[in-house]
Design a protein around this ligand. Structure first.
Ligand SMILES: Nc1nc2c(ncn2[C@@H]2O[C@H](COP(=O)(O)OP(=O)(O)OP(=O)(O)O)[C@@H](O)[C@H]2O)c(=O)[nH]1
Ligand SMILES: [Mg+2]
Length: 419
């Protein structure tokens, strides 16, 4: 097993909202999720970053010494490194040195299964590496194997700058084809008139476990971070008989590398189509507020912060401290408290979804004038038609459909609502 010395960094001149111990513990979780052993963990606080090594020269010597003593293969920094810093550090430490972004990209590489997932990850990797290529070659050739050096599915990464550019172009055009396929599927779903619910949240919050519990599916779950890269959508019937489609999504992380957000935008943009978001939060984790904030930041970046949402406080079975739970219930007023694992209060969540959608679904009686017969056709495809009468002044239709969809179809005001 590859073993790494971890270096958690706090730079005082940079504003950080996460406490040092949270940065450190998350780095350890990421490293374990990448299948790497921890040979040692140093914490380093400095006033401002140094251009050459990020940290002071004395600290670099300390890292080099610990890595040698522990016979570590790799050194992993919690803070991003420039190409120059990375090269300089490797020069002194004499070991492969990578940053948090590379670590996360490595985890994504291992997890990507679908052709689209693999393409997205490879694109993110190459875009990260391109500015770090030195001359014609790449640092990777020096680094040997292991973490931070592989592409999706353990494929060897391209090493030549020109080839990398060419490959990036190819990956982008492949992604465009995946996107147009996805658009066709979305259109079909829209025509089927079922509302879409998206489960979103921090990695490991329990989104896939919740999807499985609600729909009886068997999406893989694990305590490792970023288990789901290929989200699944399933149908779910609510208590009031309303069918919805419920979708799992890729988990979020604080300071998620920009290249990954860019690459996964297409998948995440599906969230844009959602009628309702369910924020899944792990209430047993002390960092729950930090997690919530990170999720909101990513949604902001995607322009999705205005979506209607329900909050699900998951993993309540793990909370022993009742006063902490009461505090959180107050802080997240309106949230549904549940356990996807034990099934506790699934009915509460289903009921809340039902209440939300029943307010959105309209039972209407409308009159379509003879001059707009194409609308009757559209209503047939998109609404549940209960009754239809052919009258002198037009066609009277009793129907049931999402109000927003009706408003969209009737944006020119041809149809008159009778009741
Ligand atoms: N005790 C307990 N564990 C849970 C609960 N929900 C999920 N878990 C566990 O939490 C871990 C993560 O669950 P996942 O469903 O994979 O989480 P996720 O949000 O889909 O994670 P990513 O796919 O990585 O974004 C797994 O080990 C689950 O068994 C819960 O309600 N109670
Ligand atoms: Mg998952």
């Amino acid at each position: 097993m590859e073993r790494a010395v971890l270096v958690s960094i706090e730079i005082k001149s940079e504003r950080r909202r996460w406490r040092m111990e949270d940065v450190s513990s998350e780095l350890e979780e990421l490293v374990s999720s990448a299948g790497v052993g921890i040979a040692g963990h140093l914490v380093c606080v400095c006033e401002k970053p140094s251009a050459a090594y990020l940290v002071g020269r004395g600290k670099v010597e300390e890292i080099a010494l610990l890595s040698a003593d522990e016979n570590a293969d790799t050194v992993i920094f919690s803070h991003d490194l420039s190409g120059t810093q990375q090269r300089n550090l490797e020069g002194v430490i004499g070991r492969k040195t990578i940053d948090r972004t590379q670590l996360i990209l490595d985890i994504f590489s291992k997890r990507a299964k679908s052709p689209e997932g693999k393409t997205q990850v490879e694109l993110a990797l190459l875009e990260y590496l391109l500015p770090r290529l030195t001359g014609k070659g790449i640092m990777l050739s020096r680094l040997g194997g292991g973490i931070g050096t592989r592409g999706p599915g353990e494929t060897k990464l391209e090493v030549d700058r020109r080839q990398v550019r060419k490959r990036i172009g190819k990956l982008k055009s492949d992604l465009e084809s995946f996107r147009s396929h996805r658009r066709t599927i979305n259109k079909r779903r829209k025509n089927s008139c079922l509302p879409l619910v998206a489960l979103i949240g921090y990695t490991s919050a329990g989104k896939s476990t919740l999807l499985n519990r609600l729909t009886g599916s068997s999406q893989p779950v694990s305590e490792k971070l970023f288990t789901t890269l290929d989200p699944l959508s399933k149908a779910l019937r609510l208590e009031n008989g309303q069918d919805v489609i419920i979708s799992d999504t890729v988990g979020f992380l604080h300071e998620l590398p920009h290249h990954l957000i860019e690459a996964f935008k297409a998948t995440l943009e599906e969230v844009k189509e959602a009628d309702l978001l369910i924020y899944v939060l792990d209430i047993s984790d002390q960092r729950v507020h930090e997690h919530e904030e990170s999720v909101r930041e990513v949604l902001d970046e995607l322009g999705l912060s205005d979506k209607p949402f329900l909050t699900a406080l998951n993993k309540v079975d793990l909370v022993c401290d009742r006063s902490w739970l009461e505090l959180q219930k107050n802080e997240f007023a309106e949230a549904v408290v549940l356990s996807a694992k034990t099934g506790e209060n699934m009915e509460g969540l289903i009921r809340r979804m039902g209440e939300y959608f029943s307010g959105m679904i309209a039972d209407l009686k409308v009159l379509v004038p003879h001059s707009s017969m194409k609308l009757v056709d559209m209503l047939y495809r998109q609404a549940r038609i209960d009754k239809i009468d052919y009258l002198e002044e037009g066609v009277s239709i009793s129907l049931r459909m999402p109000r927003s969809l009706f408003e969209q179809l009737n944006r020119h005001g041809e149809m008159r609502i009778i009741c």
